[in-house]
Design a protein around this ligand. Structure first.
Ligand SMILES: [Zn+2]
Length: 338
């Protein structure tokens, strides 16, 4: 067996052990942490060794953007886009996504910053992070590379969740409150150990911006099925039976949670949707990391150990300020590369 194959298998085993739910901060963070860790397996050398070395860091920081929502009012809109507010009439209308400006500066000009703040800006946030990651690779700043890699993974993952693309994000407009956590948190919680989540080899993205709008279009197309499935299962299971008290693994203390039968019944109606969307997110995270490194000129990677503590955050405001004026550079440099 080739030396690289042995290394790959060893890294796979280590990463699989690291993503076991017992090691995670909370159920709600499970998917993000898993996506970042599994994406590493799609990378070629030397990225594979570099990212594997820092797998725990990438997992710990996969949830930083969600933590920031509590202290930074500008954070929340970066995680979603309410497509209806931008004018989509039919969820299956893929062509609608071609009508949205590719560049953040153009989106701000067309819609205004207040509109984007109110209705979401995830496609442009991913582009900003991509620009920041390219710059981090160029500068060889290990802390920036890791922090931005972890966070772009978060936003890409969010953009694969159907309910992050609609104004009816928690079924609140159709009396289906709770569907968001049901799809995004509870299904992975009970089933992730059975998912096949090894990505294919990362590939270069000729236009990261086009890729973002394509995966958003696919996620949004799924929203009618996500909501219809919840209606169906709610008709079958009366409201009082949708919740149960079950002991937590850590303390054994009972907490109120969505009942297993309710979650499992909903998952059966969804088929492989949650697993498939997670697989796609993992593949795209690997593709974006790899593409950023290519666009930076394939620089050699820093060799320090991870030294920052998990609560230490990069000053993302700095990147924000830099990219407000020239985030389009990511687009133009990526489009010029074949
Ligand atoms: Zn998020």
């Amino acid at each position: 067996m080739k030396k690289t194959s042995v290394r790959f298998i060893w890294i796979s085993i280590v990463l699989f052990c690291l993503v076991k739910p017992n090691n995670l901060i909370s159920w709600g963070f499970l998917a993000h942490q898993t996506i970042n860790k599994q994406a590493i397996l799609g990378l070629p050398e030397p990225l594979l060794s570099f990212y594997s070395e820092h797998a725990q860091y990438l997992s710990d920081h996969a949830v930083d953007p969600d933590k920031r929502r509590y202290i930074d009012t500008s954070e929340a809109p970066k995680h979603y886009i309410d497509a209806e507010r931008f004018g989509i009439k039919d969820a299956s209308d893929i062509s609608f996504w071609d009508s949205l400006p590719r560049k953040h500066s153009a989106a701000k000009e067309k819609f205004g910053p207040d509109f984007l703040h109110a209705n979401g800006s995830v496609p442009w946030q991913i582009q900003k992070m991509m620009y920041g990651l390219i710059q981090a690779f160029k500068s060889g700043n290990q802390h920036q590379i890791l922090q931005i890699s972890a966070e772009i993974g978060h936003y890409i993952a969010d953009a694969h969740v159907p309910l992050h693309t609609t104004e009816n994000y928690d079924g609140q407009l159709t009396h289906q409150k709770g569907v968001h956590a049901l799809w995004e948190t509870r299904i992975p919680e009970i089933s992730i150990e059975n998912y096949q989540l090894i990505p294919a080899s990362a590939h270069y993205l000729p236009s990261p911006a086009d890729t973002i709008f394509k995966f958003l279009a696919i996620a949004h197309q799924l929203t009618p099925m996500v909501l219809a499935g919840e209606k169906t299962i709610s008709c079958r299971i009366p409201e009082h039976a949708r919740y149960e008290f079950s002991p937590t693994k850590e303390s054994g203390k009972p907490i109120k949670n969505m009942a297993f039968l309710y979650v499992k019944g909903y998952e059966n109606l969804m088929g492989l949707m949650v697993q498939t969307q997670m697989q796609k997110a993992i593949q795209q995270v690997a593709n974006f990391w790899y593409t950023a490194w290519i666009l930076a000129g394939q620089p050699s990677l820093p060799k320090q150990r991870t030294t920052s503590n998990p609560n230490e955050n990069l000053d993302l405001q700095l990147i924000e300020n830099q990219t407000n004026t020239d985030s389009s550079n990511t687009e133009s440099s990526s489009c010029s590369k074949n």
